[in-house]
Design a protein around this ligand. Structure first.
Ligand SMILES: [Zn+2]
Length: 286
């Protein structure tokens, strides 16, 4: 945990997964990406599912906001092996408890989007169906992301599982909205359209500590700071490229902290400039 302006910010390591290195780096040739992200025998690279918990220490209403929920524990063994999924036995709830956070004290869950490695932990399987993993939380999501996940295309349907989100719509815990918004004081959501439809990124305003961007799948790892290193998974890669150009320029100018959801080793960093490119500056832990 680290103080960031008015917030306490905690990084939660909710497990690891392995995804195809080629799909993670799009048009970038393997000899380049494998230098920083070595592939295993099945061409998978090691990725974290690093969530973020944010608490505003200045308000009387105590909110504890979780950003994304990891893979969850609904995958059958075969797919767990396919995606090299490892995580605590008790999933995201246990990951939080290990970090000293009572899972039932989570008041809000921000889902950046509904891909299984972000929303898998949102619901939990019970004998009688699926229930919200966080019974006391409101789940916040872009309406268009929800609509898309209900009817994805053949190209991206493998990234969604209805079991991760359908139950949320049924039990009144879902807050769907449209476009960018300041959800809570100092907690803003930016909408991004390159990776999938209506992904939302979290931008914290930490007053004197500047701003922190939870950049989710716009820049899943530090290697993706390079503009052309865009995922093959992305629906609109040129949109991602322009979004990155804009975010990195603003981030560099305003000295933002960048928080990585999937980087295997780096939680967060400041940005620096080298030979005209934006690169990792000071490395930070949360
Ligand atoms: Zn994604």
């Amino acid at each position: 945990m680290r103080r960031f302006g008015r917030f306490n910010v905690s990084a939660i390591e909710a497990g690891r997964l392995g995804l195809d290195g080629g799909a993670m780096f799009g048009v970038v040739p393997k000899p380049l990406w494998s230098r920083t992200n070595p592939a295993d025998e099945a061409n998978r690279i090691d990725l974290a599912t690093r969530l973020m918990v944010v608490e505003d220490t200045t308000t009387t209403i105590k909110r504890r906001v979780l950003v994304d929920t990891g893979v969850g524990n609904k995958f059958p063994e075969k797919q767990k092996a396919q995606f090299k999924i490892t995580q605590p036995e008790g999933g995201v709830r246990q990951a939080l408890a290990t970090a000293g956070i009572d899972p039932d004290s989570i008041t809000d869950v921000i889902l950046t989007h509904l891909h299984f490695d972000h929303a898998g932990g949102a619901t939990t399987a019970r004998d009688d169906g699926y229930v919200a993993t966080f019974p006391n939380a409101t789940y916040h999501l872009q309406r268009r992301a929800w609509k898309w996940a209900e009817h994805p295309t053949e190209r991206d349907s493998g990234s969604f599982r209805t079991a991760d989100f359908q139950a949320l719509g049924a039990n009144g815990q879902l807050h769907l909205f449209d476009g960018p918004i300041e959800l809570f004081p100092g907690v803003s959501l930016i909408v991004s359209e390159g990776h999938t439809v209506a992904q939302q990124l979290v931008l914290l305003d930490g007053d004197d500590d500047g701003k922190l961007l939870y950049c989710a799948d716009v820049m899943p790892t530090r290697a993706h700071l390079r503009l052309a290193w865009v995922m093959g998974y992305d629906l609109y890669p040129l949109t991602t490229l322009e979004e990155k150009r804009m975010l990195l320029a603003q981030g560099l100018e305003e000295d933002w902290t960048i928080f990585f959801e999937h980087d295997p080793t780096l939680t967060a960093c400041k940005l620096a400039e080298k030979d005209g490119n934006v690169v990792v500056g000071e490395e930070l832990k949360f």
